[in-house]
Design a protein around this ligand. Sequence first.
Ligand code: FRU
Length: 469
Amino acid sequence: MDETSLLKQLARSLMTGQPIAAADPLRPCWHLAPPVGLLNDPNGFIQHQGRYHLFYQWNPFACAHGAKFWGHWSSTDLLHWRHEPVALVPSEPYESHGCYSGSAVVQDNRIVLIYTGNVKYPDGSRTANQCLAIANERDEFDKLGPVLPLPAGYSGHVRDPKVWQHDGRWYMVLGAQDLQQQGKVILLVSDDLQQWHSRGDIAGSRLNGLGDFGYMWECPDLFELEGQDILICCPQGLPAEAERYLNTHQAGYFVGQLDYVQAHFPHGEFHELDLGFEFYAPQTTQAEDGRRLLFGWMGIPDQDELLQPTVAQGWIHTMTCPRELSYHDGQLYQRPARELQQLRGERRYWQGRADDAPLYTADSAELWLQCDGPFRLQLAQALSLEWDGTRLTLSRPHVRTADLEHRYWRGNLTELQILCDHSSVEIFINGGAAVMSARYFPQHKLSFDFTGDAQLNLQHWPLAMPVIE
Ligand code: FRU
């Protein structure tokens, strides 16, 4: 379909669906969600001239994966977001099955998008073109077309370019699958964003001391933090273990040192970035004040997504909250971006036995707690968190079977910071040393219901803020 037809269909979809989606009580109070249809990966996250830009994988026509558009929001404070013109519409033959994920850079003071043009063939095969688009004066993006066809030695699964500048040159990492069906990350270099030269695989299954580690790696991101190079990626095909790799696909990171000359990336072991039920395809950017910020998609591909109840209201999925990354004591930390503290209403403080704790209720809230022993916390009667002294267990009924499903963290619990929106919860453990993110679909107003003998220190804030202007 040509661009005009796609935009006419998009207008109809919005006019019909937006009032219904907007009235859904499960729509987030302050997380980013699609106006209609399906949202997945955060794309093109960047700050330019003080304004943050966040693009997103978007199917505006249905709550299903399909030929993706790039939606676009912007904000000066990470709290108030405004809709920008739709950035990319999959109208060209080189992107016929979607303007897939990618990133943004600033070149000559203009934002340039680097994304994957995904093309599927009737026999089930596919190819991928890495493409550019550049901002014009109307805050729209003009396509410059493909700059990199499918490299030799890989299947048609090569996508999700993340580009950054280092020592005056442009570098790109790409998620890939090689011809032996092993997931890989390819490093490429360019002097002008147009001509790209492959430096080969820098990480992947059966590389750098890893054994079999997935048939495809999606959405890589590589950046420096406190003198370390962090490679984020999403390996698909890791077998589930008793307490980890429990989602259909994983999102995690390796810490190492990238040798830009030799194109080597010796690294340590893989760590999951989030131990909850929904977290995937995260993307980071460096803010103008130097902070490394991250957004993730609070969803997992192929994980019974389309059974979520918001589908009946014509929308599905949200972003995580924006998070600040730091690295110390050999560990990556994620904390809610400090701007989010501005959402806090009046603080309530309470100390005492878990069984006696007040039942705080709110539409959306932040809870901070310390404990001296085991307790159980029930959230909106829809999701529970249990600390037994050695293991933290997050549980909820499975969206298809209604059987309880669980996710785990082990360690020495010192504090929890929990952010709850109408249909999501993000649990930051020990100052962000671990995180558990999940969607939930409560039928009741949000409440925090504690049981147990432990002594608790609690702080509670209602959170409120209109997100979209
Ligand atoms: C990850 C992903 C990416 C791809 C995009 C398509 O969720 O599969 O690899 O570019 O979604 O929407």
